[in-house]
Design a protein around this ligand. Sequence first.
Ligand code: CMX
Length: 439
Amino acid sequence: MASLKETIAAKIAPAREELRSVLESHGEKTISEVSVRQLYGGLRGVKGLVTETSALDPEEGIRFRGRSIPQLREQLPKASGGEEPLPEGLFYLLLTGDLPSAEDADAIRREWRRREGLPEYVKRTLDALPISTHPMTQFAIGILALQPASLMVRRYTEGIAKSDLWDPALEDAMNLIANLPHVAAYVYRRTYRDGDHLPPGPARLCWSGNFAHMLGFSSPEFAELMRLYLVLHSDHEGGNVSAHAVHLVGSSLSDPYRALASGINGLAGPLHGLANQEVLRWIRQMREALGGGTLTRDQVKKYCWETLSSGRVIPGYGHAVLRQTDPRYLAQRDFAQRHMADDELVQIVAMLYEIVPEILRQQGKAKNPWPNVDAHSGVLLVHYGLVEHEFFPVLFGVSRALGTLSSLVWDRALALPLERPKSVTTEWIRSWAELSATP
Ligand code: CMX
């Protein structure tokens, strides 16, 4: 791993100097004010975090180290014979800010494959859980079960300087990412394939290809989908629940295993990553409720209104920051059009895109009526036979590790402090507001 670590190490001193200089020149300037409504409203729009790996523009969507999704699909190295970007290359970009060469991406591929090997005690931990345990719960437990291997904990106990913690944090991140596909595949095969586990594939396979192999899907097209999927879901700046949870928990110098497990638990909420499971469940329920067969636009509209009037959300639509169609949705739609245009579920997703935004606008509540990343992913997986919708958020979790752990390494490299905002009570707000209204 010399070259990746050396590349990062060379960037740390200038980044620390930049941080010092920004604080010296601008430390007392105010970036954001917080209204009482924002305080009660999940701090929407309040600039209160620093995340270097990606930035989200409400209209344009996400940029990873300044690069849009179409640019990433074009510029990142590809697997041999493939068209979709390698997550290995994306990880290099997120960590270093530099576009990787094919050799850089391949060095990470080799490093991750070299580090894989799921300890027996992790398998036994998972085997002890009831088979009905939600895959996301199993996944989080599997990650925590790996935690005794944390190098960061060992080095901390030995007395490492705070400024050097990024190094064992990076080692932990690499070991963890190397093993996440195995944990996820283990969860999948024990839950849905009677525990008929598949060992890792040949060393030549990329991280995503090996993941597809261990899940039990051998089609090269599915491996392509995995590469795209694992790139698209990796990072969405710092304030989303999973990224924020990893950053927050990591700020106590909790190790990357514990921090990531926290992020995965946040991702398991239906307003966040679990929405991809909910989209498919909702589409399946709609088809069943409408008696199967080809759906008409009027039937779908009526079902959407029924969903809304029963007090539920339409999963896969809306976003806390985005105000346009999510480019991650568009990338998946592009994949669908190229590989499975005639798929019935893909056509339902396309029909929903024509219908739902107008309905949400008419309802007048959602600030963003457009689809997000979760609106499309499930039907792509189902097309290749991965039909168990409760497993979908686990794939999101494997991908989200790339962005959140890259950020965590930089949190330690910049020695960012314990996160500890001030909270207030409603009584305090009332007396503060009344006092500030007094002439
Ligand atoms: N269907 C119905 N109502 C919706 C809606 C949707 N898809 N999206 C937003 N709304 C409603 C909200 O529930 C809220 O209603 P109340 O005032 O009654 O509480 C109102 O519109 C205003 O919400 P908002 O400011 O537009 O959106 P938020 O920032 O509060 O929430 C999100 C964002 C994503 C949680 C919300 O749009 C939602 O629940 N979408 C459906 C679930 C989903 O797809 N989540 C995945 C997001 C992407 C990800 O993280 O993976």
